[in-house]
Design a protein around this ligand. Sequence first.
Ligand code: ADP
Length: 335
Amino acid sequence: MPGRDAAERALQAIEDPVRPGNLLESGRVSGLVVRDEQAAGLVLAVDDLAKAAAQALEGRIDRALKLAGFTSVRVIQTAERGDAPRPQGATVPGVRHIIGVGAGKGGVGKSTVAVGLALALKRRGLKVGLLDADIQGPSAHILLGIRERARATADKRLIPLECHGLKMLGMGVMADPDKAVAWRGPMVAGAMVQMATVADWGELDVLVVDLPPGTGDIHLSLAQKLTPSGALVVTTPQALARADARRAVAFFEQLKVPVLGVVMNMAGMVMPDGQVVHPFGEAPADAGLGADTIASLPLDPAVVAASDAGTPIETGSIAAGLDTVAARIATQLTL
Ligand code: ADP
């Protein structure tokens, strides 16, 4: 099993064709993802290379990593120049914008925010879909109280489920969700792209994608195959979570997915006497995450009960915080 060290050694053995140093020293390669110790993915900056040179370098990287024992290699070429035109908007027919919701680590409330954001965008009168791509713990259907399974049309197009004014699809509403956990990264990423592109979403202003925590294949596929308009990163104020959130922000940037902002979740809890306590600590004013914190949502035990009951709360302080996020995103994307 080759692993991450082997991938790095293979990349260090290749000199950059233009810049000084090897591919890692020159900053040519970033966002290295190694999964199951045998599949590697990376981002290759090609702005200063001619097309043929970029293709040749991608070929060399592919061969070197396969020689090092990797069975699957994915290279995403990006133009790093700040002014390079980036494809804007979704590549799903009928869908205007795709927004990924990610997090550095699990358990910070990413799915809660993804569902809450979808509902907040809907409250603005927009047509919204939600795609649950969090294979590590598909829960959006539970948060929305969906118990049915998705069906397909005669010509094999998945029909999204409709609930709380949203259209929804995800691993958790497929025929046999328990089987999905045994799927490997590339299969899941493929399934995510299929759910996004082959489903019958109709006309959507926004498709919100609940991504798995961390960085991996699904994020690469989202960036490469779906051209999202942006991503939101969720974290708690805890230093441990913030460190991972910073990495998630940097990863989206390497993938050229604009980070629309950070949502600080479970930031303080109002006690019955009005006093505010901070179970997850307090983030400094400049949280140093590489992106603006666009909302702080309190820790509210009512959210836990509502999640389990499948009845999302559409009023109160958390919904109001998510309305702010939705308004900001609507401005950023001119929705
Ligand atoms: P993730 O998708 O990051 O793993 P979830 O959205 O599943 O996280 O949330 C993890 C747990 O925290 C769930 O039990 C959820 O109900 C709870 N939770 C999330 N946000 C809040 C909040 N603001 N206040 C109280 N509980 C929350």
